[in-house]
Design a protein around this ligand. Sequence first.
Ligand SMILES: *[C@@H]1O[C@H](CO)[C@@H](O)[C@H](O)[C@H]1NC(C)=O
Ligand SMILES: *[C@@H]1O[C@H](CO)[C@@H](O)[C@H](O)[C@H]1NC(C)=O
Ligand SMILES: *[C@@H]1O[C@H](CO)[C@@H](O)[C@H](O)[C@H]1NC(C)=O
Length: 311
Amino acid sequence: MAKLLLAATLLCLGLVSVRGLTNEERAALLTGAVGLGNLDIVLDPQNSDYFIVSSHGMPNHTLGPWGRNPNDATHQNHIYRIPKNPTVQAEPSCTPMGPIGLALSGAAIYNPYTGECYDAGMLEAEGFDDCKGHPSPDGTYHYHITPTCIFNISEVPSPIIGVALDGFPIYGPTDETGRTLTSADLDECHGRQVNGQYRYHVTSDFPYFLGCFKGAPVDAQITGEPCECTERADPCQAVNGNEPPQGDAPGQLPFDRDQLAALGIICPTDSPNDVINDHGHGQHGNGSGSKSTVSGAMLVLLTAISINMKL
Ligand SMILES: *[C@@H]1O[C@H](CO)[C@@H](O)[C@H](O)[C@H]1NC(C)=O
Ligand SMILES: *[C@@H]1O[C@H](CO)[C@@H](O)[C@H](O)[C@H]1NC(C)=O
Ligand SMILES: *[C@@H]1O[C@H](CO)[C@@H](O)[C@H](O)[C@H]1NC(C)=O
């Protein structure tokens, strides 16, 4: 009785969502809206407050090719214990590198960042296959952006397409009225309440899947990976000779200005530090050229040092 009263009070305060994956949602994840269901979801035999969600990580949609990405997709042992009745936390928590959820296809869902905290949806797009996934160096096939082949994009509303490791479901981008949601329609973690239940949505704009965890923190103890990025680094800072603010490999950018432009990222060319990979733009004329060459050489040196430190 006291427990019921407490739950009712918390519900009124809007603090908790006492409903996790419903039976319908579990069934939909197992089957998949277009027959690509590849997850296993069972009640934890040790503790019925949890589900065990697992997959071998290899969807049976077409995998690859992945452009310049040299990695290969390999079988994984994805096994996560997720709360059956996740609670909405007062403070959201950051998403680690590595899996932050599993898609119904069996693939992992990653946060929106590259290892250097750039927007993976833009900078890694060249290496996404037809279903918008690619493998990491350890062979984990994963999505950063909407996996267009694992659900019917025309369905209204969008079906469930995966589950986050905090226990909340992840849906496609179309709401009950047929509107295509964007991040502006969602909270900071990229979710909203529908019929008293919290859910995330994937959208075509950053951060695509999740901006943070709304449920209990999913930390390194669970995924084995730390949170390395909480905001997007600006790739133009790297081509302009300034280090981006975060990440394990600051300053390393696999693209030059022209390649960024081809990805739709136009960096201003009038910076005095405009030297790195710019094919000569910004170095014309008088003394300012040699000054920027010095800062460019410094950056190359710093980058070399940071690469050495990683080895
Ligand atoms: C995925 O697997 C199912 C069942 O094994 C099969 O019917 C379907 O054709 C497969 N899809 C692809 C794209 O291989
Ligand atoms: C996708 O959804 C639309 C709208 O509900 C439907 O007309 C169409 O048949 C569906 N396509 C598939 C392949 O299920
Ligand atoms: C030379 O440098 C000064 C500032 O250092 C700048 O205002 C001027 O436009 C430069 N001239 C040329 C030709 O680039």
